[in-house]
Design a binder for this molecule. Structure first.
Ligand code: FAD
Ligand code: FO1
Length: 455
């Protein structure tokens, strides 16, 4: 059964009788998708056909060929998978608030269900669409285990304030998914096949950022990556997750970002494992990840220095004029031409593989603060590079990761020092103490990162 409190209505339009539409955006998968489950339940109760539609943007917040290649391959697989459940899929080019009302009208639809995003553009789409639609628009948080607006009703200061709220609600929300049904009624209208290759001509993308071969897009591959993690890596996660010279992380973030796997499914697959490794992983997957959505949802300035906590803005302002021993332009950062081999290696890892190790991301972000003219310039550089190259970029986790590194978001004040003020500091000596930095740098130099680009 679908849990009704995962859904909320975004407008006051009345229900009529007619087909049901799921407008898919953030959660691009067939299985374990609360928005699709809700849409199908409404369709079955009303004895109506069901369609899933996706509104493709010709360009989207600086996403490159690398991102679109990953997303479109996932969507092509999704189209095929949905057809096995006799669920109609349609991909349309354009803004949802323009395209969906026409589609609703043409098909005499009676309601639209969509998934949830805390980000500015997604919220604008939903607000404008809600206003335009003569039928109800329902939103279901299919990305978080606990619906973002129920997990907390305000911006949380830190993981320590958010964790108890999550713990209280987890039993209610970390439950098994109802199975998707083969839909009992056809959509009715003939399906126009999607020409996935031709579609690429409509996109306006930076094609210099190539797709990568080490990570296979799509829902099926996501589940294989999860199984591989559970079988081979989880047992060392607590010990090795902060060691960038090892392959100890799950690599699930690209799949989670595009919604090709459900975080709830990942958490459920660890149900019977309750040891330090599972605890450490679930802390990241649930508390940290859902805390990022909380930050972006309740803080409209989630990508700006003026959105940082007051203590952090004060300390950064106090140290704004501090002398910087090194400063670099965006071009120098992007090319990995700093004086620091560790930073350059991390940058190269991101550019060539589309996924920098999580521990290096912290160091990488902090050094951008140290080597930029201002915190504002640093945040801009970090977000630009993160979103251009990381496969999991343009995500609440990325906005919060950069805001943590540069602005102490979800952190606390540390002893005061130049440039950083009381923002936590990191240095290369600390990296060397923690792991085999030389091995990591060597891997970068000899292009041994297991993600050589493909053309
Ligand atoms: P695992 O360690 O296997 O973790 C599993 C999942 O837990 C991740 O996929 C992610 O969903 C969640 N998770 C892990 N670490 C964090 C964290 N610190 N905060 C929130 N959730 C977390 N993550 C992104 O998804 N997209 C980004 O663009 C992004 N940019 C970052 C930028 C900076 C400067 C920093 C410091 C962190 C950033 N992170 C980002 C968070 C984190 O580094 C990545 O989620 C993680 O490295 C992804 O690899 P994984 O899936 O193999 O991680
Ligand atoms: N979502 C869409 O609904 N349509 C798109 O064309 C689209 C492109 C896209 C490209 C890169 C990327 O990282 C994400 C993309 N998404 C797209 C998903 C989007 O990030 C989520 O819907 C956001 O949450 C919107 O706020």
């Amino acid at each position: 059964m679908f849990q009704a409190n995962r859904l909320r209505k975004l407008n006051n339009s009345p229900r009529t009788k007619g087909p049901i539409i799921y407008w898919m955006s953030r959660d691009q998968r067939v299985q374990d998708n609360w928005a699709l489950i809700a849409a199908q339940e409404i369709a079955i109760n009303d004895n109506q056909p069901l369609a899933v539609i996706f509104c493709l943007q010709p360009s989207f917040l600086g996403a490159t060929l690398r991102h679109y290649d990953f997303m479109l391959k996932g969507l092509a697989e999704l189209e095929n998978e949905l057809s096995k459940y006799k669920i109609h899929f349609e991909l349309m080019l354009g803004d949802p608030q323009d395209v969906i009302p026409k589609y609703v009208d043409n098909n005499q639809a009676s309601c639209v269900v969509t998934d949830f995003s805390p980000l500015r553009i997604g919220r604008q789409w939903r607000e404008e669409l809600a206003e335009k639609l003569p039928i109800p628009l329902y939103e279901v948080d299919a990305h978080n285990i606990i619906p973002c607006w129920l997990a907390s009703d305000k911006q949380e200061f830190a993981a320590r304030t958010f964790r108890p709220k999550v713990a209280k609600l987890l039993e209610e929300y970390l439950v098994d998914f109802p199975k998707l049904q083969t839909h009992h009624l056809p959509w009715g209208k003939e399906k126009v096949g999607i020409n996935w290759e031709k579609l690429r001509a409509d996109l306006i993308l930076d094609e210099t950022v190539h797709p990568v071969s080490w990570v296979v897009p799509g829902e099926a591959a996501a589940h294989e990556v999860l199984i591989d993690f559970l079988e081979k890596k989880l047992l060392h996660y607590a010990d090795q997750r902060n060691d960038p010279s090892r392959d100890a992380l799950s690599n699930l973030s690209p799949y989670l970002h595009f919604g090709q796997i459900s975080a709830q499914r990942v958490a459920l697959s660890l149900r019977n494992k309750r040891d330090v490794n599972a605890e450490a992983f679930l802390e990241e997957l649930i508390v940290r990840r859902e805390l990022s959505d909380n930050y972006c949802y309740y803080n409209p300035k989630y990508d700006q220095v003026s959105g940082f906590p007051a203590w952090s803005q004060r300390t950064l302002a106090k140290h704004k004029q501090d002398k910087r021993e090194y400063t670099y332009t965006l071009e120098q950062f992007e090319a990995g031409h700093t004086h620091d081999p560790a930073w350059n290696a991390a940058q190269l890892e991101m550019v060539s593989t589309g996924k920098m190790h999580g521990y290096m991301r912290m160091y990488w972000g902090k050094k951008i603060l140290e080597w930029s003219d201002s915190p504002e310039a640093a945040l801009q550089t970090a977000l630009y590079l993160n979103d251009k190259y990381e496969l999991d970029g343009r995500d609440p986790n990325g906005y919060v990761g950069c805001a943590w590194a540069i602005g102490g978001v979800h952190d606390r004040p540390w002893p005061e020092r130049p440039i950083y003020g009381t923002i936590r500091y990191m240095n290369a000596a600390g990296l060397k103490r923690k792991f085999n930095l030389a091995k990591y740098i060597e891997a970068a130099k000899s292009s041994k990162f297991s993600g050589a680009e493909v053309d």
